[in-house]
Ligand binder design. Sequence first.
Ligand code: FES
Length: 241
Amino acid sequence: MSTEPRAELFGPDVVAKAQDLMGRYPQSRSALLPMLHLVQSVQGHVSQEGIDFCAAQLGLSEAEVSAVATFYTMYKRRPCGEHLVSVCTNTLCAALGGDAIYEKLQERLGVGHEETAGEPGEPGSITLEHAECLAACDLAPVLQVNYEYYDKQTPESAAELVDALRRGEKPPPTRGAPLTGFRGAELRLAGFFPEDEETFRSEVDGPSQAPETLRGARLAADRGWTAPVMEDAPLPEVQAK
Ligand code: FES
């Protein structure tokens, strides 16, 4: 496993991004969630150094940052592979083959939940995890690579996908943005995107709807059904700290 010196990990460019995040919220501590994603974009996980970094930037205790980092499953405490493969094994996907897909990938990669095939961070390395509902039940069974969707999978198609990732290929997701690495996806989740519109469109944006997802909306439109109008609710005042 590669170890990088701290100064290189959280240098001026990372500090500048952390400061940028803090400026986006009335209370700077609200930047903790994106800042943890920023840390993961640098290290591929949230290390003790990453926790120290966030605590120092936000004026929080290490215990406060640790409590958040260990609560949410999107923050990884062990180094991730170039790709994070999340297989939905929640009820609907499991019933339609999600369990079989997960078992196939365990066997293919020779790893279990939150374990990595290959050297974490190296090209072609893959961290496998089983995931709770990925909010795409209409396209079950699904898996995600770095949070991009691969819909209606089978054990065979999923095995072909991880084989391609191991070879360094990046098969296009069924919908959404083109596939990048885990660290690149984490930078987007932290809230940093290409400024150039064309680059943004080609690297980040992409059609995300599937016909199955829009079926209900189409039926409603055909039949003239509409939802009740929402009343405008005033937002509460927030005091800056
Ligand atoms: S149960 Fe798999 S996406 Fe909902």
